[in-house]
Design a protein around this ligand. Structure first.
Ligand SMILES: NC(=O)c1ccc[n+]([C@@H]2O[C@H](COP(=O)([O-])OP(=O)(O)OC[C@H]3O[C@@H](n4cnc5c(N)ncnc54)[C@H](O)[C@@H]3O)[C@@H](O)[C@H]2O)c1
Length: 393
Protein backbone atom coordinates (compact mmCIF):
# COMPACT_ATOMS: atom_id res chain seq x y z
CA UNK A 1 0.00 0.00 0.00
CA UNK A 2 2.81 2.39 0.96
CA UNK A 3 4.51 1.89 -2.39
CA UNK A 4 1.25 2.58 -4.17
CA UNK A 5 0.71 5.81 -2.28
CA UNK A 6 4.27 6.98 -2.65
CA UNK A 7 4.42 6.13 -6.34
CA UNK A 8 2.17 9.10 -7.05
CA UNK A 9 4.92 11.43 -5.83
CA UNK A 10 7.67 9.88 -7.93
CA UNK A 11 9.84 12.72 -9.12
CA UNK A 12 9.59 13.44 -12.82
CA UNK A 13 12.55 12.31 -14.87
CA UNK A 14 15.40 14.55 -13.78
CA UNK A 15 15.73 17.18 -16.46
CA UNK A 16 19.27 17.59 -17.72
CA UNK A 17 20.47 21.16 -17.20
CA UNK A 18 19.90 23.19 -20.37
CA UNK A 19 22.98 23.35 -22.52
CA UNK A 20 24.07 26.96 -22.34
CA UNK A 21 26.55 27.94 -25.02
CA UNK A 22 26.91 31.60 -24.15
CA UNK A 23 29.69 32.42 -21.67
CA UNK A 24 28.46 34.97 -19.14
CA UNK A 25 30.82 37.51 -17.60
CA UNK A 26 30.15 37.79 -13.90
CA UNK A 27 31.17 39.97 -10.98
CA UNK A 28 31.00 39.05 -7.30
CA UNK A 29 29.85 41.83 -4.97
CA UNK A 30 31.03 41.10 -1.43
CA UNK A 31 33.89 38.69 -0.80
CA UNK A 32 32.80 37.38 2.60
CA UNK A 33 31.74 33.99 3.89
CA UNK A 34 28.89 33.25 1.49
CA UNK A 35 31.01 34.19 -1.52
CA UNK A 36 33.27 31.27 -0.59
CA UNK A 37 30.31 28.90 -1.14
CA UNK A 38 30.10 30.19 -4.72
CA UNK A 39 33.71 29.34 -5.50
CA UNK A 40 33.45 25.59 -6.10
CA UNK A 41 30.26 25.75 -8.20
CA UNK A 42 31.70 28.59 -10.25
CA UNK A 43 34.81 26.54 -10.99
CA UNK A 44 32.59 23.62 -12.06
CA UNK A 45 30.45 25.65 -14.43
CA UNK A 46 32.05 26.19 -17.85
CA UNK A 47 29.72 28.98 -19.01
CA UNK A 48 30.63 31.67 -16.55
CA UNK A 49 33.76 33.77 -16.13
CA UNK A 50 34.40 35.64 -12.88
CA UNK A 51 36.00 38.74 -14.37
CA UNK A 52 35.66 41.07 -11.38
CA UNK A 53 35.27 40.95 -7.60
CA UNK A 54 34.67 43.84 -5.21
CA UNK A 55 34.49 44.41 -1.48
CA UNK A 56 34.32 47.52 0.71
CA UNK A 57 37.19 46.21 2.86
CA UNK A 58 40.50 46.98 1.15
CA UNK A 59 42.36 43.86 0.00
CA UNK A 60 39.50 41.45 0.83
CA UNK A 61 38.49 40.81 -2.79
CA UNK A 62 42.11 40.12 -3.78
CA UNK A 63 42.59 37.75 -0.83
CA UNK A 64 39.37 35.91 -1.68
CA UNK A 65 40.49 35.52 -5.31
CA UNK A 66 43.86 34.16 -4.21
CA UNK A 67 42.38 31.70 -1.69
CA UNK A 68 39.61 30.44 -3.96
CA UNK A 69 41.38 30.08 -7.27
CA UNK A 70 40.26 33.15 -9.22
CA UNK A 71 43.86 33.93 -10.12
CA UNK A 72 45.92 34.42 -13.27
CA UNK A 73 45.81 30.71 -14.03
CA UNK A 74 42.01 30.76 -13.81
CA UNK A 75 41.79 33.75 -16.17
CA UNK A 76 44.20 32.11 -18.59
CA UNK A 77 42.23 28.86 -18.63
CA UNK A 78 38.99 30.74 -19.23
CA UNK A 79 40.57 32.80 -22.01
CA UNK A 80 40.81 36.29 -20.55
CA UNK A 81 43.47 38.56 -19.18
CA UNK A 82 42.97 38.73 -15.39
CA UNK A 83 40.34 39.11 -12.68
CA UNK A 84 39.97 42.78 -11.73
CA UNK A 85 39.28 44.10 -8.21
CA UNK A 86 37.24 47.03 -6.94
CA UNK A 87 36.29 48.73 -3.66
CA UNK A 88 32.50 48.84 -4.11
CA UNK A 89 29.66 47.58 -6.29
CA UNK A 90 29.39 50.98 -8.00
CA UNK A 91 33.07 51.13 -8.85
CA UNK A 92 32.97 47.59 -10.25
CA UNK A 93 29.84 48.04 -12.34
CA UNK A 94 30.90 51.50 -13.65
CA UNK A 95 34.25 50.11 -14.78
CA UNK A 96 33.05 46.78 -16.19
CA UNK A 97 30.59 47.59 -18.98
CA UNK A 98 30.79 44.03 -20.32
CA UNK A 99 29.45 42.36 -17.18
CA UNK A 100 26.35 40.20 -17.77
CA UNK A 101 25.75 39.00 -14.23
CA UNK A 102 26.23 40.13 -10.62
CA UNK A 103 26.27 37.86 -7.59
CA UNK A 104 25.17 40.01 -4.64
CA UNK A 105 26.92 38.40 -1.67
CA UNK A 106 26.93 41.40 0.66
CA UNK A 107 25.36 41.60 4.11
CA UNK A 108 21.60 42.21 4.16
CA UNK A 109 21.74 45.99 4.60
CA UNK A 110 23.31 46.55 1.17
CA UNK A 111 21.38 43.94 -0.85
CA UNK A 112 18.84 46.48 -2.14
CA UNK A 113 21.30 49.17 -3.31
CA UNK A 114 23.58 46.59 -4.97
CA UNK A 115 20.67 44.83 -6.74
CA UNK A 116 19.11 48.07 -7.96
CA UNK A 117 22.42 49.43 -9.26
CA UNK A 118 23.22 46.17 -11.05
CA UNK A 119 19.74 45.77 -12.59
CA UNK A 120 19.69 49.42 -13.67
CA UNK A 121 23.00 48.80 -15.44
CA UNK A 122 21.55 45.86 -17.37
CA UNK A 123 22.91 42.96 -15.28
CA UNK A 124 21.13 39.77 -14.29
CA UNK A 125 21.32 39.37 -10.51
CA UNK A 126 21.48 36.48 -8.08
CA UNK A 127 20.96 38.06 -4.65
CA UNK A 128 21.69 36.27 -1.40
CA UNK A 129 18.93 35.71 1.15
CA UNK A 130 17.17 37.32 2.91
CA UNK A 131 16.00 39.34 -0.10
CA UNK A 132 16.32 42.71 1.71
CA UNK A 133 15.83 44.15 5.20
CA UNK A 134 12.51 45.98 4.66
CA UNK A 135 9.46 45.56 2.44
CA UNK A 136 10.01 49.05 0.95
CA UNK A 137 13.48 47.97 -0.21
CA UNK A 138 12.12 44.72 -1.69
CA UNK A 139 9.47 46.68 -3.61
CA UNK A 140 12.12 49.02 -5.05
CA UNK A 141 14.29 46.06 -6.12
CA UNK A 142 11.28 44.39 -7.79
CA UNK A 143 10.55 47.65 -9.63
CA UNK A 144 14.17 47.72 -10.82
CA UNK A 145 13.85 44.10 -11.96
CA UNK A 146 10.70 44.96 -13.87
CA UNK A 147 12.12 48.01 -15.64
CA UNK A 148 15.35 46.16 -16.47
CA UNK A 149 13.74 43.07 -18.00
CA UNK A 150 16.66 41.10 -16.50
CA UNK A 151 16.59 37.96 -14.36
CA UNK A 152 16.60 38.46 -10.59
CA UNK A 153 16.75 35.32 -8.44
CA UNK A 154 17.07 35.08 -4.66
CA UNK A 155 19.62 32.70 -3.15
CA UNK A 156 17.34 30.18 -1.41
CA UNK A 157 19.37 27.03 -2.12
CA UNK A 158 17.09 24.81 0.06
CA UNK A 159 14.60 25.15 -2.82
CA UNK A 160 16.99 22.98 -4.82
CA UNK A 161 16.85 20.15 -2.26
CA UNK A 162 14.90 17.08 -3.42
CA UNK A 163 13.08 16.82 -0.05
CA UNK A 164 11.98 20.43 -0.27
CA UNK A 165 10.68 19.80 -3.78
CA UNK A 166 8.83 16.76 -2.46
CA UNK A 167 6.80 18.95 -0.07
CA UNK A 168 5.45 20.91 -3.02
CA UNK A 169 4.79 17.69 -4.97
CA UNK A 170 2.78 16.27 -2.06
CA UNK A 171 0.68 19.44 -1.75
CA UNK A 172 0.22 19.68 -5.55
CA UNK A 173 -0.83 16.00 -5.74
CA UNK A 174 -3.99 16.82 -3.76
CA UNK A 175 -3.14 14.19 -1.12
CA UNK A 176 -3.68 16.78 1.63
CA UNK A 177 -6.91 18.22 0.17
CA UNK A 178 -7.38 21.93 0.83
CA UNK A 179 -4.61 23.29 3.00
CA UNK A 180 -6.02 25.53 5.74
CA UNK A 181 -3.45 25.75 8.56
CA UNK A 182 0.34 25.70 8.64
CA UNK A 183 2.72 25.82 11.54
CA UNK A 184 6.29 26.46 10.52
CA UNK A 185 9.65 27.56 11.74
CA UNK A 186 12.29 25.72 13.60
CA UNK A 187 15.04 27.05 15.66
CA UNK A 188 18.27 26.59 17.44
CA UNK A 189 18.61 26.15 21.16
CA UNK A 190 21.74 28.28 21.10
CA UNK A 191 23.15 29.21 17.71
CA UNK A 192 23.61 32.94 17.41
CA UNK A 193 26.08 33.68 14.63
CA UNK A 194 28.61 36.48 14.96
CA UNK A 195 30.21 38.42 12.16
CA UNK A 196 27.93 40.87 10.33
CA UNK A 197 24.72 38.97 11.22
CA UNK A 198 24.07 40.59 14.57
CA UNK A 199 24.00 44.35 13.99
CA UNK A 200 21.33 46.64 12.61
CA UNK A 201 23.84 48.51 10.47
CA UNK A 202 24.86 45.39 8.51
CA UNK A 203 22.13 42.76 9.01
CA UNK A 204 19.11 44.92 9.81
CA UNK A 205 17.23 41.83 11.05
CA UNK A 206 18.44 38.83 13.04
CA UNK A 207 17.02 35.29 13.21
CA UNK A 208 13.91 36.42 11.36
CA UNK A 209 15.91 37.29 8.27
CA UNK A 210 18.72 34.78 8.55
CA UNK A 211 16.77 31.54 9.02
CA UNK A 212 13.16 32.70 9.28
CA UNK A 213 13.09 33.44 5.56
CA UNK A 214 13.89 29.74 4.87
CA UNK A 215 11.04 28.48 7.08
CA UNK A 216 8.61 30.80 5.36
CA UNK A 217 9.84 29.77 1.91
CA UNK A 218 9.56 26.08 2.81
CA UNK A 219 5.80 26.30 3.21
CA UNK A 220 4.85 29.29 1.05
CA UNK A 221 6.56 27.74 -1.96
CA UNK A 222 4.67 24.48 -1.35
CA UNK A 223 1.29 26.22 -1.43
CA UNK A 224 2.05 28.56 -4.36
CA UNK A 225 3.00 31.73 -2.44
CA UNK A 226 -0.45 33.19 -1.65
CA UNK A 227 -0.45 36.87 -0.78
CA UNK A 228 -0.13 37.59 2.97
CA UNK A 229 -2.93 39.84 4.25
CA UNK A 230 -2.43 40.48 7.98
CA UNK A 231 0.30 39.81 10.54
CA UNK A 232 0.46 39.80 14.30
CA UNK A 233 4.13 39.66 15.12
CA UNK A 234 6.52 39.38 18.04
CA UNK A 235 10.28 39.76 18.22
CA UNK A 236 12.72 39.61 21.10
CA UNK A 237 16.45 39.61 21.76
CA UNK A 238 16.96 38.25 25.27
CA UNK A 239 20.03 36.09 24.52
CA UNK A 240 22.31 37.96 22.10
CA UNK A 241 23.42 40.52 24.66
CA UNK A 242 23.47 38.26 27.69
CA UNK A 243 27.05 37.15 28.60
CA UNK A 244 25.64 33.92 30.04
CA UNK A 245 24.87 32.79 26.48
CA UNK A 246 27.26 34.54 24.09
CA UNK A 247 30.85 35.69 23.94
CA UNK A 248 32.01 39.25 24.65
CA UNK A 249 32.23 40.22 20.99
CA UNK A 250 28.62 39.20 20.22
CA UNK A 251 27.41 40.63 23.52
CA UNK A 252 28.88 44.07 22.85
CA UNK A 253 27.53 44.40 19.30
CA UNK A 254 24.20 42.53 19.25
CA UNK A 255 21.18 44.75 18.47
CA UNK A 256 18.83 42.57 16.34
CA UNK A 257 16.20 39.89 17.12
CA UNK A 258 17.17 36.37 18.24
CA UNK A 259 13.56 35.13 18.32
CA UNK A 260 10.54 36.01 16.25
CA UNK A 261 6.98 34.77 15.86
CA UNK A 262 4.00 35.68 13.75
CA UNK A 263 0.39 34.76 13.11
CA UNK A 264 -0.31 35.45 9.44
CA UNK A 265 -3.51 35.32 7.41
CA UNK A 266 -2.93 34.43 3.75
CA UNK A 267 -5.16 34.96 0.75
CA UNK A 268 -7.39 31.89 0.25
CA UNK A 269 -8.12 31.48 3.96
CA UNK A 270 -4.86 29.81 4.98
CA UNK A 271 -3.42 30.51 8.44
CA UNK A 272 0.33 30.53 8.94
CA UNK A 273 1.64 30.19 12.48
CA UNK A 274 5.37 30.88 12.45
CA UNK A 275 8.21 31.03 14.94
CA UNK A 276 11.99 31.09 14.56
CA UNK A 277 14.85 31.16 17.03
CA UNK A 278 18.59 31.61 17.15
CA UNK A 279 18.41 30.99 20.91
CA UNK A 280 15.84 29.71 23.40
CA UNK A 281 15.63 27.46 26.44
CA UNK A 282 14.03 24.63 24.48
CA UNK A 283 15.22 22.00 22.00
CA UNK A 284 12.73 22.88 19.25
CA UNK A 285 9.72 25.16 18.95
CA UNK A 286 8.04 22.35 16.99
CA UNK A 287 7.97 20.60 13.66
CA UNK A 288 6.54 22.17 10.55
CA UNK A 289 3.00 20.90 9.98
CA UNK A 290 0.68 21.41 7.04
CA UNK A 291 -2.97 20.59 7.74
CA UNK A 292 -5.34 19.86 4.87
CA UNK A 293 -8.91 18.62 4.67
CA UNK A 294 -7.74 15.22 3.34
CA UNK A 295 -4.37 14.79 5.00
CA UNK A 296 -1.71 16.30 7.19
CA UNK A 297 2.05 16.52 6.67
CA UNK A 298 4.70 16.67 9.38
CA UNK A 299 8.17 17.94 8.43
CA UNK A 300 10.53 17.31 11.35
CA UNK A 301 12.49 20.23 12.71
CA UNK A 302 16.28 20.00 12.56
CA UNK A 303 18.76 20.95 15.25
CA UNK A 304 20.58 23.64 13.30
CA UNK A 305 17.72 25.07 11.35
CA UNK A 306 18.95 26.28 7.97
CA UNK A 307 16.42 24.82 5.60
CA UNK A 308 17.98 21.35 5.53
CA UNK A 309 16.29 17.99 6.21
CA UNK A 310 17.56 15.15 8.39
CA UNK A 311 14.48 13.03 9.16
CA UNK A 312 11.67 11.67 6.98
CA UNK A 313 8.37 13.49 6.65
CA UNK A 314 5.09 11.79 7.68
CA UNK A 315 1.71 11.98 5.96
CA UNK A 316 -1.41 11.45 8.12
CA UNK A 317 -4.70 10.34 6.50
CA UNK A 318 -8.08 8.88 7.38
CA UNK A 319 -8.75 6.01 4.95
CA UNK A 320 -11.64 3.50 4.99
CA UNK A 321 -12.52 4.44 8.54
CA UNK A 322 -8.95 4.07 9.79
CA UNK A 323 -6.32 6.61 10.83
CA UNK A 324 -3.19 5.79 8.86
CA UNK A 325 0.21 7.39 8.52
CA UNK A 326 3.16 6.76 6.26
CA UNK A 327 6.65 8.10 6.02
CA UNK A 328 8.07 9.73 2.94
CA UNK A 329 11.61 8.37 2.67
CA UNK A 330 14.32 10.98 3.06
CA UNK A 331 16.06 11.72 -0.22
CA UNK A 332 19.72 12.41 -0.77
CA UNK A 333 20.06 15.21 -3.26
CA UNK A 334 22.65 13.89 -5.71
CA UNK A 335 24.59 17.13 -6.16
CA UNK A 336 25.28 20.29 -4.25
CA UNK A 337 22.25 22.52 -3.78
CA UNK A 338 24.60 25.51 -4.05
CA UNK A 339 25.65 24.28 -7.51
CA UNK A 340 21.99 23.92 -8.50
CA UNK A 341 21.22 27.40 -7.20
CA UNK A 342 23.90 29.06 -9.31
CA UNK A 343 23.52 26.85 -12.38
CA UNK A 344 19.75 27.32 -12.60
CA UNK A 345 20.15 31.10 -12.29
CA UNK A 346 22.81 31.20 -15.03
CA UNK A 347 20.59 29.09 -17.30
CA UNK A 348 17.73 31.55 -16.82
CA UNK A 349 20.07 34.50 -17.46
CA UNK A 350 21.48 32.95 -20.64
CA UNK A 351 18.16 31.78 -22.06
CA UNK A 352 15.81 34.53 -20.83
CA UNK A 353 14.00 31.95 -18.73
CA UNK A 354 12.21 32.48 -15.45
CA UNK A 355 14.26 33.04 -12.32
CA UNK A 356 14.51 29.79 -10.32
CA UNK A 357 13.51 31.67 -7.14
CA UNK A 358 11.54 34.65 -8.46
CA UNK A 359 11.61 37.97 -6.61
CA UNK A 360 7.85 38.29 -7.17
CA UNK A 361 7.43 35.39 -4.71
CA UNK A 362 10.06 36.44 -2.22
CA UNK A 363 8.46 39.89 -2.06
CA UNK A 364 5.70 38.17 0.00
CA UNK A 365 8.30 36.43 2.18
CA UNK A 366 9.85 39.84 2.90
CA UNK A 367 6.44 41.41 3.50
CA UNK A 368 5.81 38.89 6.28
CA UNK A 369 9.18 39.50 7.91
CA UNK A 370 8.72 43.26 7.66
CA UNK A 371 5.14 42.89 8.95
CA UNK A 372 6.32 40.91 11.99
CA UNK A 373 8.85 43.64 12.86
CA UNK A 374 6.30 46.43 12.38
CA UNK A 375 3.52 44.66 14.25
CA UNK A 376 5.92 43.87 17.11
CA UNK A 377 6.86 47.57 17.35
CA UNK A 378 3.22 48.67 17.31
CA UNK A 379 2.01 45.92 19.65
CA UNK A 380 -0.98 44.85 17.56
CA UNK A 381 -2.01 43.06 14.37
CA UNK A 382 -1.48 44.99 11.14
CA UNK A 383 -2.75 44.80 7.60
CA UNK A 384 -0.09 44.36 4.94
CA UNK A 385 -0.08 46.83 2.10
CA UNK A 386 2.01 45.23 -0.64
CA UNK A 387 2.18 47.25 -3.87
CA UNK A 388 1.20 45.29 -6.98
CA UNK A 389 4.64 45.88 -8.50
CA UNK A 390 4.19 43.56 -11.46
CA UNK A 391 0.75 44.98 -12.31
CA UNK A 392 1.88 48.64 -12.14
CA UNK A 393 1.97 50.69 -15.35
N1 LIG B 1 22.56 31.05 1.20
C1 LIG B 1 23.14 30.72 2.33
O1 LIG B 1 23.21 29.57 2.74
C2 LIG B 1 23.78 31.79 3.15
C3 LIG B 1 24.64 31.44 4.19
C4 LIG B 1 25.26 32.47 4.89
C5 LIG B 1 25.01 33.80 4.58
N2 LIG B 1 24.13 34.10 3.59
C6 LIG B 1 23.80 35.50 3.26
O2 LIG B 1 24.89 36.05 2.55
C7 LIG B 1 25.04 37.43 2.87
C8 LIG B 1 26.49 37.69 3.27
O3 LIG B 1 26.81 36.91 4.40
P1 LIG B 1 28.35 36.69 4.77
O4 LIG B 1 28.39 35.76 5.92
O5 LIG B 1 29.13 36.38 3.56
O6 LIG B 1 28.73 38.18 5.28
P2 LIG B 1 30.18 38.83 5.34
O7 LIG B 1 30.06 40.01 6.23
O8 LIG B 1 31.18 37.76 5.64
O9 LIG B 1 30.47 39.30 3.84
C9 LIG B 1 29.78 40.35 3.23
C10 LIG B 1 30.81 41.20 2.52
O10 LIG B 1 30.13 42.15 1.70
C11 LIG B 1 30.92 43.32 1.66
N3 LIG B 1 30.06 44.44 1.19
C12 LIG B 1 28.99 45.00 1.80
N4 LIG B 1 28.47 45.96 1.02
C13 LIG B 1 29.22 46.02 -0.12
C14 LIG B 1 29.18 46.81 -1.29
N5 LIG B 1 28.26 47.77 -1.45
N6 LIG B 1 30.11 46.60 -2.25
C15 LIG B 1 31.05 45.62 -2.09
N7 LIG B 1 31.15 44.85 -0.99
C16 LIG B 1 30.24 45.04 -0.01
C17 LIG B 1 31.40 43.47 3.09
O11 LIG B 1 32.53 44.31 3.17
C18 LIG B 1 31.69 42.03 3.46
O12 LIG B 1 33.04 41.69 3.23
C19 LIG B 1 24.03 37.73 3.97
O13 LIG B 1 22.92 38.39 3.43
C20 LIG B 1 23.64 36.37 4.50
O14 LIG B 1 22.31 36.29 4.98
C21 LIG B 1 23.53 33.13 2.86
Amino acid sequence: MLDKILSQFKPEEEKAPAEVKQVLKAGIIGAGWIATSYAEPLHQLPNVQIVAICDLIPGKAEKFAKNYGFDEQYAKERGFDRVRFYGSHKEMIDNEPELDVAFVCTYNATHAECCIYALDHGLHVLCEKPFTVTLDEAVEVCRAEKRSGKVLSIGFQPRMDDNMQMIKKIVDSGELGKVYYIQTGGGRRLGIPGSTFIEQKTAGIGALGDIGCYSLDLVLNAIGYPKPLTVSGYTSGFFGNNPKYVNEDVCSRFDVDDFGAGFIRLEGGVILDFRISWAMNLDTPGDTIILGTEGGLRIPSTECWNGSFDKPMTVYKHVAGEDIEYQVPLKTTPESIFLRKIRSFLEAAATGGEAPVPARQILYNQAIIDGICRSARLGHEIELDIPDVYGEE
